[in-house]
Design a protein around this ligand. Structure first.
Ligand code: BG6
Length: 470
């Protein structure tokens, strides 16, 4: 009654939030380079000095030390993304950038040297800027071809080193954050629902074709989808609230439904009919969708509540998408409601629906850590709050596996080393087991320090989760 022996313990990072070196060795700009205040802030025409992502935590130059620290914790897996604009600087180039390819060769080799399985996200909120500005991102069908060119290059180059892939990070984010989610340059308020579905359609076709390509080029490799898994509870048992919950959850599940089942669900076809939405599809598009993913992954930070009339209730401070606050839950410093049991519910919900292996691609607590001098005179952070958060979430994963029989293949702690936040582009919103000395004003030595949670997670991994009981 324990975690499976081959459970993939580890952490997750994304290129644009940690690598820095945004214009080094032939890298082109990505949308993140012009989003200095994160998803909720203004977009600039050019990179501006206040954008902390331009330097990130300098993973580009320090990856060896960082991966060594991950291995010290016993990581069996590291989820990371390839910056598309490092490989194809503009996105539509004919030839890849060799220096970018060499960088990831070195990163994957380093992971493998330490026995760490790389799990690679092909597109983690970092569409090349040129594709956003010139093509309006995934609204344009040409992106399918550009994405597949990129996939062919990286599958060919890294197929021997990387066995687990995923296509689009939090693919359902396109609904709420069209620029970050799908590189759509047109301001959100000017987009129609049909525009969003059209962009999603292009992503679905691209994702399915990438899955097909991976199977042809790297037999045995696995492709996953990745959705933002914030499910809802009804605010009351009123049947109208219940139905509202069902509809809200389809916001998320629609994206997993298509990628896991291989066809557009009837509820979405009815919605399109009702609202007069006609997607532009080419012959064969729907057939292609049958190349479904091998596993389902999702990020989990919070649940939310919903009601037929949400305006009657207080909106959750940290609810970036929809939903109202749950009166039974506490929240993080950024207002994200903490709900470990919701993770067990989410795992069961996904498994019941698809019966495919699940991977928790992100989970963690963003907090304002305070660096102190520890007993051994080394700087550290006494982050018991993070340990408690993870302990409670991992206990629920264990229950899902052991008591409910859900197949969970791994757990990636988000931002296992401090990095720049996606929503607010802050460095003070820290998730890591490893503290990075970089401040909000960009100052700092970039030195790395082990937090208390570093040692705690190391024990969890070395006992394959048994230390959770202590
Ligand atoms: C997920 C993203 O939405 O949440 C990550 O995939 C992101 O890129 C993470 O960093 C945490 O969000 P934030 O805004 O706290 O960085």
């Amino acid at each position: 009654m324990r975690f499976p022996e081959n459970f993939l313990w580890g952490g997750a990072i994304a290129a644009n939030q940690c690598e820095g070196a945004y214009d080094v060795d032939g890298k082109g700009l990505s949308i993140q380079d012009v989003m200095p205040k994160g998803v909720l802030g203004e977009v600039e025409e050019e990179p501006t000095a206040d954008n902390l992502k331009l330097m990130g935590i300098d993973f580009y130059h320090r990856y060896e030390d960082d991966i060594r620290l991950f291995s010290e914790m016993g990581f069996r897996m590291l989820r990371l993304s390839i910056a598309w604009s490092r490989i194809y600087p503009n996105g539509d180039d004919k030839e890849p950038n060799e220096k970018g390819l060499v960088f990831y060769d070195k990163v994957f080799d380093c992971c493998l040297k330490y026995g760490i399985e790389p799990i690679v996200t092909l597109s983690h909120y970092e569409t090349p800027l040129h594709l956003a500005k010139e093509y309006d991102g995934w609204r344009n069908r040409s992106l399918i071809e550009f994405f597949l060119r990129y996939c062919r290059t990286v599958f060919g180059r890294y197929g021997k080193k990387v066995k687990y892939w995923m296509t689009f990070n939090e693919i359902n984010a396109v609904r709420h954050f069209p620029l970050m989610g799908a590189g759509i340059w047109t301001p959100k308020e000017k987009l129609t629902k049909a525009d969003i579905y059209q962009a999603a359609h292009h992503e679905f076709v691209a994702s399915a074709l990438a899955t097909k390509l991976l199977r042809e080029m790297v037999p045995g490799a696995k492709m996953g989808c990745m959705v933002l898994g914030a499910l809802s509870y009804p605010m009351t048992p009123h049947p109208d609230d219940m139905l509202s919950m069902m509809e809200r959850d389809r916001d998320c599940m629609f994206f997993a439904d298509v990628q896991a089942r291989g066809y557009y669900p009837s509820y979405i076809r009815r919605e399109w009919e009702r609202e007069g939405i006609e997607l532009q599809m080419e012959p064969g598009d729907e057939d292609v969708l049958r190349y479904t993913v091998d596993y389902i992954s999702f990020s989990y930070y919070m649940s939310k509540c919903t009601a037929a009339d949400c305006s009657k209730y207080q909106k959750g401070r940290g609810n970036l998408t929809t939903g109202v606050a749950n009166p039974y839950l506490k929240e993080s410093e950024w207002g994200w409601q903490i709900d470990p049991k919701g993770l067990r519910y989410t795992l069961n919900y996904f498994y019941d629906r698809y019966q495919k292996p699940l991977f928790v691609a992100e989970n963690g607590l963003g907090a304002n850590d305070v660096l102190i001098i520890g007993a051994d005179r080394e700087p550290t952070v006494e982050d018991d709050y993070r340990i408690n958060y993870m302990k409670e979430h991992l206990a629920q994963i264990k229950k899902a596996i052991v008591q409910d029989g859900v197949e969970v293949i791994g757990y990636a702690a988000w931002g296992c080393i401090d990095l720049v936040s996606a929503s607010s582009a802050q460095l003070k919103k820290r998730y890591g087991f490893i503290y990075v000395d970089r401040n909000e004003d960009g100052s700092g030595t970039l030195e790395r320090f082990r937090k208390k949670s570093f040692y705690w997670y190391r024990d969890i991994i070395s006992t394959n989760g048994e230390a959770l009981e202590e």
